[in-house]
Design a protein around this ligand. Structure first.
Ligand SMILES: C[S@@+](CC[C@H](N)C(=O)[O-])C[C@H]1O[C@@H](n2cnc3c(N)ncnc32)[C@H](O)[C@@H]1O
Length: 138
């Protein structure tokens, strides 16, 4: 139950609205660690990867990158998981994010987030993927 007084609630709403505005203007950039916490990604907490990732990915942050995450999370449930996909989407605000999972995860699709079903051990599938969606960076 929300027990905050009206002034505190209004102040919180104003701060949230300002954050949204600054986000939209691209002036308020949250760190990858902040985004991992905000979206519940296992990249911070279960693992401690985000500072290292950020060191390498920061130069690409404003670019129209294509990111492939292998293993979406949530296993058989079609609309569970995807926490890290959302983290990447908000980190790379111009990027296209792809999630590959052995299970159908199509319930997680949203603008700039596309789900692919396949086996990470299927070399032919992985070879075809960059050709169908863009250039490989490796
Ligand atoms: C631990 S979760 C991944 C967590 C996710 N990376 C995140 O950031 O929240 C593992 C996921 O990998 C998927 N998976 C397991 N074997 C796979 C395979 N051979 N190919 C593709 N995905 C697989 C599972 O269905 C599950 O959703």
């Amino acid at each position: 139950m929300d027990t905050a007084d009206p002034v505190t609630r209004r102040r919180a709403a104003t701060v949230a609205a300002l954050r949204q505005l600054l986000d939209a203007l691209g002036q308020h950039r949250r760190s990858l660690t902040d985004l991992a916490v905000a979206f519940g990604s296992d990249k911070w907490g279960a693992h401690w990867y985000t500072p290292l990732y950020e060191r390498y990915f920061e130069p690409y942050r404003e670019q129209q990158v294509k990111v492939l995450e292998i293993g979406v999370g949530g296993y058989k449930a079609v609309d569970a998981g995807g926490e890290s996909l959302r983290m990447w989407k908000h980190y790379f605000r111009r990027g296209m994010i792809y999630g590959l999972d052995i299970f159908d995860k199509s319930g997680l699709a949203e603008p700039r987030v596309q789900l692919l079903q396949g086996d990470q051990g299927d070399q032919e599938f992985l070879r075809r993927w960059p050709g169908s969606t863009g250039r490989s960076t490796s």
